[in-house]
Design a protein around this ligand. Structure first.
Ligand SMILES: [Zn+2]
Length: 490
């Protein structure tokens, strides 16, 4: 029976974020814990597992380590996880390997983790086929593309197709084992970084790029097309968007398709700009909307992009406006502890948020009643990673002059309405919901939002990339430099 090793190492690294990411930040599943926790979920590994049972191949679960997006991963952490993964994959002498990777992981001393990991693996498993699923925010590189056999990338942002990409790569590895396909991969990377706020795949210029990519995939000689919008908050040479096309037989056809799509991205560069409203004006606009919820997008403090989730600029604006019925979440474990000591019903005073660094506003003094105090763990029920459990830790719901302030022990990505429902808040009845997210919040609240206002807040995930202290990304690059010229024909 064919044996396929399954594992992964998943982290989106924001090199501007502090503090560094430690081993404690990673959740590590080993061996049977992988199917136990992920079988039946709409995740890439859930896809690998369902593909394997349908194809009647044996799965050898190895190691899957993942952490929420955050700062640079410690070099010792990466060394430990990578060597464990390589060892576990090498030991069982599998016929093929399926990996769930992000594509934008950066560790101390290693800027391109995915390429490094695959080259290490190659040294031990030789030509055994490796199939990889990447995030839409992958910063792909030639070194990575050289080391992989077949790959797929999420086609959606919000990422609601990740399970299908798992199925797809499983099938591609099977085709390789049957000698059914002879893949040639071509990567083209225009000098362009796109802020996540402009990457929604159902909207604007990016939707047109994805439509063309899917058109190209109709050609039976094209195995698949991966458009990676990239993660601009990783200050590394290969940060930015890229196109990887895999064709069957020879690279000629892949080259043509990759060139055309890269040129389409480049030609749309002026459309990847984001219009934002100052915080006080955004709150005033939201309060003028008769019916909620109005979504105030605090994308600079995107907890799904490595920001701390303790940004306070919008909290201050809501308190100044006495925005009754507005809901905002702030990460502050010390305040959660203080609320637990005081108990439900107590009135507490505390300086909330703004404690991770100086980029996300200052700690804000509040006086509020503890309305609710509980563990806030939940399982995704919506379209994002359905079935996956979230260890959200304790949360305290404070009423501060009518503003509902959710103080969290840990960062929680607002990609599913359960993040508020678990606290007995009904999102559809909230007047204003602040989301610390760029686009992925749409998977949770897109269908119930009465209005959406993009707010100009500060932070390590700011839409204006020119405000960030880049040092390592290749130059020139749009939007950091003026007058950049590029063409696929050069
Ligand atoms: Zn992503």
């Amino acid at each position: 029976m064919t044996r396929i090793a399954v594992g992964g190492l998943w982290h989106e690294t924001n090199t501007f974020a502090t503090p560094p990411t430690t081993m404690e930040d990673f959740q590590v599943l080993r061996g049977d814990e992988i199917p136990h926790q992920l079988h039946g979920t709409r995740t890439p590994i859930g896809g690998f597992l369902d593909w394997a049972s349908a194809a009647e191949v044996a799965v050898v679960p190895t190691v899957f380590a993942w952490a929420l997006p955050s700062g640079i991963v410690g070099s010792d952490v990466y060394e430990t996880l990578a060597s464990q993964l390589v060892e576990e994959i090498t030991r069982p002498r599998a016929d093929g390997v399926l990996l769930d990777l992000h594509g934008a992981m950066v560790a101390g001393g290693c800027e391109d983790v995915e390429a490094d990991l695959l080259h290490r693996l190659r040294r031990t498993i030789g030509s055994t086929p490796i199939g990889v699923v990447l995030d839409f925010h992958a910063n792909t590189s030639q070194a990575f593309v050289n080391a992989v056999d077949v790959l797929s990338g999420y086609d959606t942002y919000p990422h609601v197709d990740v399970y299908d990409r798992g199925l797809e790569v499983g099938e591609l590895v099977m085709r390789l084992l049957r000698n059914d396909v002879e893949p040639s991969r071509v990567i083209v990377q225009p000098p362009l970084m796109i802020p996540p706020q402009a990457q929604a795949t159902a909207l604007g210029a990016m939707s047109e790029v994805m439509r063309r990519a899917h058109d190209a995939e109709r050609d039976p000689a094209i195995v698949n097309v991966v458009v990676a919008a990239g993660f601009p908050y990783a200050d590394i040479p290969c940060a930015g968007c890229s196109v990887v096309v895999t064709s069957n037989g020879g690279p000629g056809l892949a080259r043509g398709v990759a060139d055309e799509l890269a040129q389409t991205l480049w030609d749309a560069r002026d459309q990847f700009r984001v219009a934002q409203v100052p915080p006080d004006e955004a709150v005033a606009q939201a309060l003028r909307v008769a019916d909620g919820p109005v979504i105030l997008v605090d994308s600079a403090d995107n907890v799904g992009g490595g920001a701390p989730g303790d940004g306070t600029v919008l909290l201050e604006a809501l308190l100044r406006a006495r925005a009754k019925g507005a809901v905002i979440s702030i990460v502050d474990p010390n305040v959660v502890t203080a609320a637990r000591q005081a108990g439900e019903g107590a009135v507490i005073t505390a300086d909330v948020g703004g404690k991770t660094d100086a980029r996300h506003g200052r700690p804000v003094p509040v006086r509020g009643r503890v309305v609710r105090l509980q563990r806030s763990d939940f399982a995704y029920r919506g379209s994002y990673m359905t079935g996956r459990r979230v260890q959200a830790g304790w949360a305290a719901l404070l009423d501060v002059d009518g503003v509902l302030l959710v103080v969290r022990e840990r960062k929680v990505m607002p990609f599913d309405q359960e993040e508020l429902k678990v606290l007995s808040l009904e999102p559809a009845r909230c007047r204003i919901i602040v989301v610390k997210s760029a686009i992925a919040w749409r998977a949770a609240y897109g269908s119930i939002a009465r209005a959406v206002i993009e707010v100009d807040t500060p932070g390590v995930c700011a839409a204006n990339l020119r405000g960030l202290p880049y040092r390592h990304v290749r130059r020139p690059v749009v939007p950091l430099d003026e007058g950049v010229r590029w063409s696929v024909r050069e």
